[in-house]
Design a protein around this ligand. Structure first.
Ligand code: ATP
Ligand code: MG
Length: 603
């Protein structure tokens, strides 16, 4: 049962914790002014008439997350998902998942499915009553075509037959206005006829384009008659061979937003220069009565740049196809599937998105911020356990006399040091006997100054077990330590009255030889050595960290060996680990290092 809290108090606390997010101010302002209060919703995406026949929109705002299904999503997309779905959730709105599939080039159902999984796993849902499918931009091709004919008829678009090179030269540049195309003054009737010929496959790929007719002298080059349709004979995964002309992204995207009645269309800063065209197109199609007013508005925010990470689907694909990593879900990858396999939780990624906030200026976020969020989430939730990662055997030479020959003493420790209030921690059970595994670094024949762990003559506690006194070690012919030797101090078992009878300065972690289980542990480090691997056109392959994965065989206590895939633990003193969701098996445990106990990225 959850603790009863006054809902308003909880909401206020959540509000106070929100970092700066200028989009919240914009939305709150729109809600206060009722900017979108008169909107209607036809129950599905559609044109002005469709929505006019619907009811007042029950969603106070509509946002969207519109990935191109051409790769796996990464941590930057996670920020965008948390932002768009989070705003809709917080303001009584709806966020649409829309596949931006207007480009007939390679799109894959593998990617579509992975995107659906990623959004759901992050904890969000686009489903509405009577409507649980994600939207597909390619479903709007008919409308986009109709809108293009409308623009032509209204004198706002023309077919241009200049070559790509001529068009590039005549576009001018920042200091130089463009030059009108000789085809710019065609009549609407001629344009309509030729555009229909384009649609009907009567012209070659690349021989002509449809352009918006705006202003060849505009200081914004994007307004110098941008191309809106091109000829491209390609089979589309949704519409097959129905079309041989396809809309350009800058034309398609605003229309997709408008048909879906999006109110706040949030995108990354590189689209800022496209906003005037977005608005121009919306005005033309609203005044023509094709789209319902008020039109959506575009807002830009700074994309996420994370140190030691690349966030470009194309470059991540290169790592996969060149076998620099084991796949899209390699735990070193910043993909959502990679982060998940690494041990990241939806709560940690949501916390991260909130914490970094939303700004208008590009900056780099320290990777340690992301790790800090995971640590914070797992600190309270992850069960503790002991694992010996670099083992050496410790023999308790007097065990048989003190405890009885072959005796195994049952021990236990709480799995959670701070269980949620009103609950008790689950208990881990394990045994101690004559032989246990300890970390190699916990014994020094000649102790350095201040060393408190095992050295001849010193006493320590085996955590959750007994106090022991070190007596020395055994070595092989080459002088390597093969066994550490100690004696057990009877009557000092943790949790018994005699536990405090002998004072020690240190407690060390260990695992019994009798019940410890061998586990493969994958010790991951940063994938790149350069904090900005691809900045300024650098070849990121050159800064790949050759030591980003080290596989070791560790010995873990029984409670860890019984893990299910995806279970997360704190290996005491080592960090947080997750049972690998792909390779972990009962009896053959495999763990991934998710994050260390302390921030090491500044080093
Ligand atoms: P990529 O270059 O990796 O292919 P993209 O921006 O082309 O990324 P899309 O599939 O078009 O990928 O993106 C879907 C949404 O995710 C867009 O709205 C985009 O703004 C957002 N997005 C992508 N990368 C980031 C990032 N690094 N930070 C924040 N948002 C991002
Ligand atoms: Mg893209």
């Amino acid at each position: 049962m959850s603790t009863p809290t006054h809902p308003q108090a909880a909401a206020n606390a959540a509000e106070a914790a929100k970092p700066s997010n200028f989009l919240r101010q914009i939305i709150e302002n729109d809600l206060a002014k009722g900017t979108y209060a008169s909107r209607r919703w036809g129950g599905s995406p559609g044109d002005a008439a469709h929505h006019a026949a619907g009811q007042p929109d029950p969603a106070k705002i509509r946002t969207r997350f519109p990935p191109e299904p051409n790769g796996y999503l990464h941590v930057g997309h996670a920020k965008s998902i948390c932002l768009n779905f989070g705003l809709a959730r917080d303001y009584g709105g709806v966020c649409h998942l829309r596949f931006d599939d207007t480009n007939p080039e390679k799109e894959d159902t593998e990617y579509v499915n992975s995107i659906i999984d990623a959004v759901k796993w992050l904890g969000f849902d686009w489903a509405q009553p009577g409507n649980d499918q994600p939207y597909q931009a390619s479903d709007y091709f008919d409308f986009m075509y109709r809108a293009a004919e409308h623009l032509i008829e209204a004198g706002h678009a023309y077919v241009d037959e200049q070559t790509a090179e001529q068009m590039r030269v005549n576009r001018g540049d920042f200091g130089k206005p463009g030059v009108d195309s000789p085809f710019r003054s065609r009549t609407p009737a001629d344009n309509l006829r030729i555009f229909r010929e384009m649609r009907d496959g009567q012209h070659e790929d690349g021989s002509m384009v449809l352009r918006a007719k705006i202003d060849m002298a505009s200081p914004n080059i994007n307004m110098r008659d941008p191309a809106i349709y091109r000829i491209r004979r390609a089979t589309h995964h949704n519409t097959g061979d129905k079309w041989c002309i396809y809309p350009m992204y800058t034309y398609a995207h605003p229309i997709e937003d408008a048909l879906e009645q999006i109110t706040h269309s949030i995108c990354t800063l590189e689209f800022e220069d496209q906003r005037p065209f977005y608005d121009w197109l919306m005005e033309r199609l609203c005044e023509g009565g094709l789209l319902a007013a008020p039109a959506p508005r575009q807002y830009e925010f700074a994309r996420l740049n994370l140190t030691y990470v690349i966030t470009s689907k194309r470059k991540l694909a290169q790592l996969v196809y060149d076998h620099k990593v084991s796949g899209w879900d390699d735990p070193r990858m910043p993909t959502i599937v990679g982060l998940r396999r690494r041990g990241y939780t939806p709560a940690a990624l949501q916390m991260f998105a909130e914490r970094i906030g939303v700004t208008k200026s590009d900056s780099w976020i320290d990777y340690g911020t992301l790790e800090g969020c995971l640590r914070e989430d797992l600190e309270a939730k992850a069960h503790r356990g002991m694992a010996v990662i670099n083992p050496v055997k410790l023999v308790l030479t007097n065990w048989d006399e003190v405890m009885g020959a072959g005796h195994l003493e049952p021990c236990s420790l709480p799995a959670l040091p701070h269980p949620p209030e009103g609950t008790e921690s689950p208990v881990r059970h394990f045994t101690i006997g004559k032989e246990v595994w300890i970390e190699r670094e916990d014994f020094e024949e000649v102790p350095p100054k201040g060393y408190k762990r095992l050295f001849p003559g010193n006493k320590v506690r085996l955590k959750g077990g007994y106090v022991i006194e070190c007596t020395g070690c055994a070595k092989d012919a080459a002088g390597n330590i093969t066994e550490v030797l100690a004696t057990v101090v009877g009557g000092t078992k943790s949790g018994t009255p005699g536990a405090d009878s002998v004072k020690v300065k240190a407690a060390i972690t260990w695992v019994g030889v009798a019940d410890g289980v061998q586990a493969e542990v994958r010790m991951y480090d940063r994938l790149f050595l350069d904090a900005q691997p691809d900045a300024g056109g650098k070849d990121f392959i050159e800064s790949l960290n050759p030591n980003s994965l080290k596989v070791v065989t560790a010995i873990v206590e029984p409670s860890l060996a019984n893990a299910k895939p995806d279970d997360k633990f704190q290996f005491e003193r080592h960090g947080y680990f997750v049972a690998d969701r792909v390779d972990h098996r009962a009896g053959k445990p495999v763990f991934n290092l998710a994050v260390g106990l302390k921030d090491s990225w500044g080093k």
